[in-house]
Design a protein around this ligand. Structure first.
Ligand SMILES: NC(=O)c1ccc[n+]([C@@H]2O[C@H](COP(=O)([O-])OP(=O)(O)OC[C@H]3O[C@@H](n4cnc5c(N)ncnc54)[C@H](O)[C@@H]3O)[C@@H](O)[C@H]2O)c1
Length: 123
């Protein structure tokens, strides 16, 4: 798969790193499936992303009219099966090996085809 074939990115974990990574991908025009274990984490992430977009609008880095288009690129989900259409998957869950292993194993059980994978760590 070529890099140009990437259209949809899944971000696993919507915390500090996850919402920032998701924001950057959506700003760059990608569809973003944002996955976390509870709706409240997704709501919090989208609220943070909205505030950060507002900050960009204030600084003149983003047109006000574009904010809703960026937000429309997000698909917040709790069901891991919903990431199956992603071409690129970024893991951003807590720095605990057992959590990372479980999340990546669960992700691999979905129908991900040739998706690229990327992971975060503390180093
Ligand atoms: N925060 C930083 O400044 C920073 C910098 C560099 C690297 N990192 C690394 O990035 C990774 C994420 O860190 P963070 O600060 O964003 O953590 P965080 O605690 O802010 O966010 C982690 C998110 O993952 C979610 N999560 C927990 N279990 C999950 C599961 N089973 N499936 C899906 N989501 C799950 C949590 O609900 C939470 O929303 C870690 O490996 C960390 O070491 C963080």
């Amino acid at each position: 798969m070529s890099i140009d074939a990437i259209k949809t990115v899944a971000v696993l974990g919507a915390g500090t790193m996850g919402n920032g990574i998701a924001h950057v991908f959506a700003r760059a025009g990608y569809s973003v499936i944002l996955r976390d274990v509870g709706q409240r984490y997704l709501d919090r992430a989208l609220e943070t992303i909205g505030k950060n977009l507002d900050r960009e609008v204030k600084k003149g880095k983003l047109a006000e009219s574009e904010k809703s288009s960026v937000l429309a690129r997000f698909k917040p989900v709790t069901d891991m099966a919903a990431i199956a259409s992603a071409d690129f998957v970024v893991e951003a869950v807590p720095e605990k090996l057992e959590i990372k292993r479980a999340v990546l194993t669960e992700a691999d059980k979905t129908k991900l085809q040739q998706a690229y994978r990327a992971a975060q760590d503390a180093n």
